[in-house]
Write a protein that binds this ligand. Structure first.
Ligand code: DX5
Ligand code: ZN
Length: 213
């Protein structure tokens, strides 16, 4: 099965983002994952709508996968939709009316995703599965690249897949060539890769290998 691979720009060369986008394009990956952090939901800050708009100028055919790690997605969803998002994921732990926020994302003509943190029971997203295009299972505690994969995330992926065969399941954080197959066998079909992608000596080869795990 060919899975979708979404390199995460947060792990790229932050002083030369254009070349990071070009690397992702040239690797053969079809998606680009952009992390948005507000300093409250996670203890870190990253990428605003203006940055996404700028990156969109050099994205070619890449699908923009925006991951909002923010307490109040209602302040940001429309701005990221306008900035060039193709899919916007919010967190089930965020402080908003989840159902209406997912409707809002779709009302802007974008795909909607719902993310779940390692410490949250996966059942929290079940009431919303019919309203999303993608479930995002965090493989690490959100906020930083380069962390170790939390193994219990695999069980979450399996439980979602058993309950729903229609949506995409994305796994984000700590994914590399050594655990991608386990993620895919558990039911994931979108793999976010940050550190492992940018550290690969041959990124085209890396994408080819991980796509067919
Ligand atoms: C973590 C972010 C991830 C991160 C992945 O909070 O949501 O998207 O960029 O980086 P790696 O693959 O290095 O764990
Ligand atoms: Zn992410």
């Amino acid at each position: 099965m060919r899975v979708t691979v979404a390199p995460s720009i947060l792990a790229g060369d932050l002083i030369d983002l254009r070349s990071s986008v070009v690397q992702i394009r040239e690797s053969g990956a079809r998606w680009l994952h952009i992390d948005v952090m507000d300093g409250y939901f996670v203890p870190n800050l990253a990428f605003g709508p203006q940055m996404v708009r700028a990156l969109a100028n050099c994205k070619g055919d890449l699908f923009f996968d925006i991951h909002l790690m923010v307490d109040h997605p209602e302040y940001f969803v429309e701005k990221f939709a306008e900035a060039g998002a193709d899919l916007i994921s919010i967190h089930v732990e965020s402080r908003c009316d989840i159902a209406s926020m997912l409707r809002a994302i779709r009302s802007f003509g974008k795909q909607a995703g719902l993310a779940v943190n390692p410490e949250t029971a996966v059942e929290a997203i079940f009431p919303h599965l019919d309203s999303v295009d993608l479930a995002l299972v965090m493989g690490v505690h959100p906020g930083f690249c380069g962390q170790k994969f939390v193994k219990s995330s695999l069980e979450k992926i399996k439980i979602i897949r058993r309950n729903n065969t229609a949506i995409k399941i994305e796994v984000d954080g700590g994914v590399h060539l050594g655990n991608a197959r386990l993620c895919v066998q558990s039911g994931a079909d979108v793999l976010v890769v940050g550190t492992s992608f940018f550290r690969a000596s041959d990124q085209q080869e890396f994408i080819k290998q991980i796509e067919y795990e």
